[in-house]
Design a protein around this ligand. Structure first.
Ligand SMILES: Cc1cc2nc3c(=O)[nH]c(=O)nc-3n(C[C@H](O)[C@H](O)[C@H](O)COP(=O)(O)OP(=O)(O)OC[C@H]3O[C@@H](n4cnc5c(N)ncnc54)[C@H](O)[C@@H]3O)c2cc1C
Length: 475
């Protein structure tokens, strides 16, 4: 049998050499070049994209005892950042929910965030510029703080430090782009039923990585999503978010997150410290351009005006809402607090981002999973984007650990489908609600304003509904 095999191999080699001789020279050159310059490696799991979500995924897998003997590779196109906390605040921040804090705690990253800096949110007030309707959430509704505002730079650095602690299990490659993919069942000629049909990832330096599971955490323009031919729903909101670091009047305890719905989009102010807040002002692209160009003094005036003016008030809605509120007040009402005055804007902190919604109809394929913005990008009005991504991480980590403990293949659709079902149950209601809110508040048409105002007032007076909303948003 053995001699038969070696005979067959020799015969094959001979036939290959013979046929090579008959090939045109150009093909022979290419063949020889690629076989010498291509470096082929294998890994159990490859994560493409080392933003907040991909890095958290790598940390979570690296810290998981059951996955200790797995080879995990994280690819990040950008260079490794070195970061120490500067005096000034960054204009890019995220409101981090209690369940994201739990995930970050479990991988040792939250301790780092707290050591660097973050600020608790104890109250949240959302109100309508067309009426007096408002909804307020406060710490009394929950055991924990409502959320924490942390700069993206701080979260990323904390995750990098947590990743350093598992450098034995996770191979991190910065300045490394995943350029091409061969996905069994998708790429023509590569069947997923073939036993050894792993995913192949081609890197920019000609390295080829073969993996049992490719995780796409490569953001809104995900190359993994594209290569996997995932059906994707997209909506351009034709709105732009203007962000900036604001200096606020220090006489008010700065622990409230404020959001006012204007007909052009919501304006939000999130507390960063006793003195500074982060602005996220969603508006039309034209107004956004203007807001970035005007002088700092005019910008400060424009922000104060957006929070305080009553030009959009609809008298009829205010009157009906006032009567309705009297009825609700018998069950205990909430009083409107006034936001702090803005006294300055940090120089060069103004920036803008176009807004849209993207949702992949599926999050998994055989040997492929999407997470974070690669799977779902949402409007920042509820501050849920990265929180949903961290939810994906916790879910996928738990299911992969379970698969390994059962002796299953990490790339099998069996548990990947469970990941998809569980995450779509969590993501879709949030995505649909935010999309509906975005539409509901983009109009000053009286019947719509009346309905949304009464709805907001009613919801605000029902403590148990607010508890439910807060638990949903943080879960
Ligand atoms: C104005 C604004 C305010 C927001 N506020 C909040 C908030 O308060 N709370 C909240 O939860 N969310 C918020 N979000 C959303 C949040 O910022 C995003 O959901 C989050 O950053 C997505 O992270 P990610 O890691 O999935 O994607 P990304 O941050 O886009 O990371 C993707 C990474 O993949 C890398 N990459 C891409 N292609 C490749 C490749 N081929 N090979 C290797 N690497 C690759 C990129 O370099 C990048 O580092 C906000 C968003 C905006 C615009």
């Amino acid at each position: 049998m053995a001699s038969n095999l070696s005979f067959n191999r020799c015969a094959l080699c001979f036939a290959t050499i013979r046929s090579m001789r008959t090939l045109p020279t150009t093909f022979r050159k290419i063949h020889t070049q690629s076989s010498t310059s291509t470096n082929e490696e294998t890994a159990d799991i490859v994560i493409s994209g080392g933003g907040m979500v991909g890095t958290a995924m790598a940390c979570a897998l690296g810290h998981e005892e059951l996955l200790k003997d797995k080879k995990i590779v994280l690819l990040e196109a950008a260079a490794k950042k070195s970061y120490s906390v500067p005096e000034t605040f960054s204009n890019r921040t995220c409101a981090i929910s209690p369940s994201s804090v739990d995930l970050l705690n479990s991988i040792g990253a939250w301790q780092e965030v707290e050591q660097m800096r973050c600020h608790p949110v104890k109250r949240m007030q959302v109100w309508d510029s067309c009426s007096d309707a408002l909804i307020a959430f406060s710490k009394e509704n929950l055991l924990d703080d409502l959320a924490y505002i942390a700069e993206n730079n701080v979260i990323e650095e904390s995750l990098r430090r947590s990743l350093d602690a598992v450098s034995d299990s996770v191979d991190v490659r910065y300045q490394t782009s995943a350029k091409s993919f061969v996905i069994p069942g998708v790429t023509p000629g590569h069947s997923e039923t073939h036993q050894n049909s792993w995913v192949t990832v081609g890197l920019h330096d000609n390295t080829v990585l073969k993996t049992k599971l490719l995780i796409g955490a490569d953001g809104i323009f995900s190359a993994v999503r594209k290569a996997g031919e995932f059906h994707t729903l997209q909506r351009d909101y034709k709105q732009t978010a203007v962000v900036a670091t604001l200096q606020v009047d220090e006489s008010i305890d700065n622990s409230v997150a404020w959001q006012r719905f204007l007909p052009t989009g919501p304006i939000a102010m999130l507390p960063l410290s006793s003195k500074y807040s982060n602005l996220i002002w969603t508006t039309t692209p034209d107004e956004a351009r203007n807001l970035k160009e005007i002088s700092e003094d005019s910008f400060v005036d424009a922000v104060n005006d957006a929070f305080w003016h009553d030009r959009d008030r609809n008298d009829m809605v205010v009157k009906v809402g006032g009567m309705f509120q009297k009825v609700l007040d018998t069950a205990g009402g909430t009083f409107q607090q006034l936001p702090p005055s803005v006294v300055g804007v940090q120089t060069n902190s103004r920036a803008s981002f176009p807004l849209g919604m993207t949702h992949a109809s599926n999050y998994v394929l055989h040997r492929v999973a999407l997470l974070g913005d690669a799977a779902h990008r949402i409007h920042p009005l509820a501050g849920q984007g990265v929180n949903l991504g961290f939810g994906d991480v916790a879910c996928l980590r738990d299911l992969l650990a379970e698969a390994v403990s059962n002796g299953s293949d990490v790339g099998s659709l069996l548990h990947l489908t469970q990941y998809e079902t569980s995450r779509q149950r969590a993501v879709l209601p949030v995505l649909a609600t935010i999309d509906a809110l975005q539409r509901l508040y983009s109009t000053d048409f009286t019947p719509v304003v009346l309905l949304r105002s009464l709805g907001l007032q009613a919801t605000n007076s029902m403590g148990f509904v607010k508890d439910y909303i807060m638990r949903g948003a943080s879960g």
